[in-house]
Design a protein around this ligand. Sequence first.
Ligand SMILES: CC(C)(COP(=O)(O)OP(=O)(O)OC[C@H]1O[C@@H](n2cnc3c(N)ncnc32)[C@H](O)[C@@H]1OP(=O)(O)O)[C@@H](O)C(=O)NCCC(=O)NCCS
Length: 425
Amino acid sequence: MSVLPRIGVATPEQVADAGALTAEAYLADRLLDRDDEYEVELRDAERRAREATLLVASVPVDPAAPDGRHAVVGTITLAPYGSSYAEIAEPGELELRMLAVAPEARGAGVAEALVVAAQREAVVLGARRVVLSTLDSMRTAQRLYARLGFTPAAERDWAHEEIRLRVLTWTPPTAPGVLTEMACWPPLRVLTTRGGWRVGVSQGLTRRANSAVPLTEPADLAAAVAEVVAIYAAERQRPVLRLGGSDVDRRVGELLDAQDWVTASVTDVLVADLHAPVRTEPTAPAPPSLELAVHHVPDDAWLETYLGVKSASADREVARAILAGGTAQHVVARHAGAVVGVIRVAYEGDWAALSCLAVDPLARRAGIGRALTLHALALAREHGAARAFLQVEAHNVVAARLYARLGFRPADSYRYREPRVGALG
Ligand SMILES: CC(C)(COP(=O)(O)OP(=O)(O)OC[C@H]1O[C@@H](n2cnc3c(N)ncnc32)[C@H](O)[C@@H]1OP(=O)(O)O)[C@@H](O)C(=O)NCCC(=O)NCCS
């Protein structure tokens, strides 16, 4: 598919389309008869949007105008335990229901994008498990669920009016946590506030190395935030706080809302089990004569390619100093003598951290990103790591799809908060 589907909570204009599409998709697969009462329920997306979370996938009507009008091509319903649409969810579980893709949009990864988005949402909501019921006849969906890490929970299978429903569950992987993340991408300097928060200072290169992390809950949150602001002011830097889903982070977030701080970006942490078999796409193009070289310290070619994609104006020596901290390998991909892509693997405990994946814009869509990621995973296995993680911005759908297909699953999510421009005077 040339344009990846856009996934989001259904807007009021999309709700009716999502309802019609669900019924049509079930009818097309002969999962219901025309006079089936369930058809009325499938069409009633208004109620799903009210009483659950209705996600929709949409694609541009004109593929040549990706920002133009979009049409709904798929939908899924997310029902937390206790909500009216949850049939089997137990406390702490999120239930997926009514996955449907328009018949004309099938085979292009729309259902995969919807289920991955639902897994991500489960992590953001702090759900401990995702559950769903399927019919034996839903073969395509079952293959998809298996590929995305769902496993049968036969003891929970159930029946409805003599129809046997199989239950599948998915448990989010354990996240590395902020301290492992920091060890794999160490700021040049880490200052500690009076309340025990860690403040990374690295001349502004990457928010990851230039943000404050609330590791404790001080009695006076406002004073702790003010201290972070003062530290960054002394460094002539904009203050940035990294906030995840913990109770402290939530309370800090409420305070920042009141102080008019904005969300600068949302990052997902994805995790892959390095002992699980890697599922490469049968359609994956083998990159022609790609040479991969590995260095412990990033050389100029590596830095130039990474910074060329990340931030051309960044200081190369600052980048070299950040990347040289910790144990890591830097992979350079060359094709016909020219550097076409890079990736980094850093190590901490049994974790491998993949980062800096960047492919020259002129060399994209030729399998180089996938080859670099697979090579990094192979290096991590060789190094003895048991699991890998990476951080990807929530809007980066291209990278997210690449990682999902290589076995990475959502494990955590955090946001960087900054004062609104001009708010600090
Ligand atoms: C993400 C990135 C590394 C991918 O590199 P690449 O060499 O183009 O990737 P590949 O050719 O190996 O493609 C991998 C998959 O993504 C798909 N893909 C790549 N670009 C795509 C696009 N613009 N639209 C739709 N699909 C795309 C490919 O089709 C392939 O999927 P499939 O074969 O399963 O269909 C590259 O786009 C890039 O450098 N982006 C900027 C930096 C970045 O986002 N890095 C990741 C930071 S976490």
